[in-house]
Design a protein around this ligand. Structure first.
Ligand code: HXC
Length: 511
C-alpha cells in the first residue's frame, strides 16, 4: 500500500506544478500569480476540493503525444466563500498558455453542470490564449460546450469572470456571457485576436493595452464591469460582489446584520439640491448617506458615468441601485447609459434583488450622434427591462424627471411599487424653457420678459411633484431627511412581493 500511496502523492505533486516550475516562475516574473495561488486567495482557507487532477489531453497532432500535463491546464473544483458554496475553474497559463483543449473544456463543463444542478455560483479565473491550436476542431467544440452552459446557467446561478493575463479568442466569449467580468489594470487583456493577428489582417498597429486592456473594456466597450489595481484586489472584489447575490434564482440574497439603524435621519439631505435647478450635485453623496454604513459596491463606475449602478444594503437587505448622476452630463440618458442600466436591471430581476431607483434626469440625449447610435432601440432596452422586472421596485425622484426619461426610470406606469418624490421634484413633459418656446415662441417673439413670465408659470404648474402626486403616480412627497427610513420600510413591506409576466417562451427585448 505504501508504494501506491507514494505513487498517488507523486502524481499529485506533478499535477500541482502544472507546466513546470520554470513556467510558473515566468508567471511570477510577469507580476502575476499562479492559478493555484489565485484559488487560495478566492476561497475560504482549506475549503477547496479539486476534481480531475489527473485528466490529460488526447491530442496526437504536432508532437502533442509527447507533451502531457496532469490536469491539462485548468484546475477545477468547489469551495466556499464566507461559508457559501461555489464552483470554480482556474486556468493555468504555465500549461500551453492556458489554452483550451477538448479535455480542458470537459473539466470546465463538469463544474458548470454541477453548479447548475446544485444551485451555486460559478467563478471562472481566466488566463488563456484561447483554443488550443494543435487540436483544431475539438477545442472549438469544447468552447461551444462551455458557451452553451453559460447560457443555460444565465439567470439561474450567478456567474463571475476574473480576467488575468492575455485572454484571447474563445477565452473572451465565455466571460462575455457571464454576469460580471473583473479585470486587472495593466496586466490583463481581452481580445478576439491579438495585436499580431490584427497587424497581419488589417495592417493596424496596436498594443495589447490599446486593443483590449482594462481601460478599454471598463470605459469604452463596456465588456468589463470592474478593473482592480492588482490580482489580489480583483479577487477580493469578486468575494464582495458575490455577497450581494443569492446562491441561485430560487433564493433571495442573504440578509446581513447591520448596526446602522433603519430610522437614522439624514438632515444634510434637506440641503442637497442646489437652489439653482440647473446646478449639478453628486448623486453618490445621496447614495452614501442613505445606505447601510456608506457601503456602496459600484459596478461599471467608468462606463457611462451619467448613470450610476451598483449594490448596497438597506437595513441588511441587498438592493440594486440605479441612479442618474446630475454631476455628469446633467444625468442625461444616452446610448451607453441605457444599455448599462438595462443589463443591470435585468440582472437584479433575475436574482431577486430589489431595485432602488434614484431619479434626476433631464431626458434622453438629443442629436445625430445618439440617434445614429440607436438611442430609440437602446432607450427601449431600459424601458423593457424596468417594465418586465417583477422584483420590488422603489423609486425616488429628487429633482428632474422629464419626458420619456420619466416613464423609463421605474415610473408607476412600469409597475413601480413605491414611487416617492422630494419636494424639489420636477415631473413634467419637458423643461419649462423648451416648453414655453414651443407653445409661445412665435406669439411672444421679441418679448423676453413675457417669455420669462410664462416660463415661471409653467414651472409653478408642472415642474413640481404635486401634479404627479394628485394622480397617484407619486405615492408620497417625502422629507429628504427621512429618505433612508422610508426606503427601509418600503423594502420590508415588499419583502414577500409576488408578481409575474404573461406565460411565453421569452420576450423579444430590442437587442
Ligand atoms: C496552443 C498556445 C496558445 C494556443 C499560447 N500558447 N496560446 N498554445 N494554443 N492558443 C502557448 C505558446 O505557444 C507558448 O508555448 C505559451 O503558450 C506561452 O505563450 P507566449 O506567446 O509565449 O506568451 P505571451 O507572449 O505572453 O503571449 C500570450 C498570447 C499569445 C497573447 C496569448 O500566446 C497569443 O497570441 N496566442 C494566440 C492567441 C490567439 O490567437 N488565440 C485564438 C485561438 S483561436 P511555449 O511552449 O513556447 O511556452 C480561438 C477561436 C475560438 O480561440 C473561437 C470561439 C468563438
Amino acid at each position: 500500500m505504501k508504494n501506491k500511496i507514494d505513487q498517488l502523492l507523486n502524481l499529485r505533486q506533478q499535477a500541482l506544478t502544472g507546466g513546470g516550475l520554470a513556467q510558473q516562475k515566468k508567471r511570477h516574473q510577469s507580476g502575476r500569480l499562479t492559478a493555484r495561488e489565485r484559488i487560495d486567495l478566492l476561497v475560504d482557507e482549506g475549503s477547496f476540493e479539486e476534481f480531475d487532477m489527473f485528466k490529460c489531453h488526447r491530442c496526437t497532432h504536432f508532437n502533442m503525444a509527447e507533451k502531457e500535463w496532469l490536469g491539462d491546464g485548468v484546475i477545477t473544483g468547489y469551495g466556499t466563500i464566507k461559508g457559501r458554496l461555489l464552483y470554480l475553474f482556474s486556468q493555468d497559463f504555465s500549461v500551453a498558455g492556458g489554452s483550451l483543449s477538448e479535455t480542458h473544456a470537459e473539466k470546465i463543463c463538469k463544474v458548470m453542470d454541477m453548479a447548475l444542478k446544485n444551485g451555486a455560483p460559478v467563478i471562472g479565473l481566466n488566463d488563456s490564449g484561447g483554443a488550443r491550436i494543435q487540436e483544431g476542431i475539438e477545442s472549438l467544440a469544447g468552447y461551444a460546450d462551455i458557451f452553451l452552459r453559460n447560457v443555460q446557467c444565465s439567470g439561474v446561478i450567478p456567474q463571475l469572470s476574473l480576467i488575468f493575463g492575455p485572454c484571447a479568442g474563445g477565452a473572451v466569449y465565455s466571460p462575455a456571457l457571464t454576469d460580471f467580468t473583473i479585470m486587472v489594470e495593466n496586466n490583463s487583456y481581452m481580445f478576439l485576436t491579438g495585436p499580431k493577428v490584427v497587424k497581419s489582417v488589417t495592417g493596424e498597429e496596436v498594443t495589447a493595452e490599446q486593443l483590449g486592456g482594462s481601460g478599454i473594456h471598463t470605459r469604452h466597450s463596456g465588456v468589463a464591469h470592474l478593473a482592480a489595481a492588482s490580482e489580489q484586489l480583483a479577487i477580493a472584489a469578486a468575494r464582495d460582489l458575490l455577497s450581494f447575490l443569492p446562491q441561485n434564482n430560487m433564493l433571495p440574497p442573504a440578509i446581513q446584520e447591520t448596526d446602522d439603524p433603519a430610522h437614522r435621519g439624514v438632515p444634510a439631505l434637506n440641503q442637497l439640491i442646489p437652489v439653482d435647478r440647473n446646478r449639478p450635485y453628486d448623486m453618490k453623496q445621496l447614495i452614501a448617506e442613505i445606505i447601510d454604513n456608506n457601503c456602496f459596491f459600484e459596478i461599471q463606475p467608468d462606463y457611462a458615468p451619467n448613470l450610476i449602478i451598483g449594490f448596497a444594503r438597506f437595513n441588511g437587505m441587498a438592493v440594486g441601485i440605479v441612479a442618474n448622476q446630475p454631476a455628469h452630463m446633467a444625468g442625461v440618458l444616452d446610448n451607453n447609459a441605457s444599455i448599462k442600466g438595462a443589463r443591470f436591471v435585468r440582472c437584479c430581476d433575475a436574482f431577486n434583488i430589489p431595485l432602488v431607483t434614484l431619479v434626476d434626469v433631464p431626458g434622453f440625449m438629443p442629436g445625430t450622434v445618439q440617434e445614429y447610435g440607436g438611442i430609440i432601440r437602446n432607450g427601449a432596452k431600459l424601458l423593457y427591462a424596468y417594465a418586465e422586472a417583477t422584483v420590488p421596485k422603489i423609486t425616488l425622484t429628487t429633482r428632474k424627471a422629464y419626458g420619456g426619461a420619466y416613464c423609463v426610470m421605474s415610473s408607476k406606469h412600469l409597475r413601480g411599487d413605491i414611487n416617492y418624490a422630494w419636494p424639489s421634484a420636477e415631473i413634467a413633459v419637458m423643461g419649462a424653457k423648451g416648453a414655453v418656446e414651443l407653445i409661445y415662441g412665435k406669439e411672444l417673439a421679441g418679448k423676453p420678459e413675457e417669455l420669462r413670465q410664462m416660463e415661471h408659470e409653467y414651472n409653478e404648474t408642472f415642474s413640481t411633484p404635486y401634479a404627479a402626486a394628485r394622480r397617484g403616480y407619486v405615492d408620497d412627497v417625502i422629507l429628504p431627511e427621512r429618505t433612508r427610513l422610508r426606503i427601509c420600510k418600503a423594502l420590508t413591506m415588499l419583502a414577500d412581493k409576488r408578481d409575474s409576466n404573461p406565460p411565453r417562451k421569452h420576450g423579444n427585448i430590442p437587442l
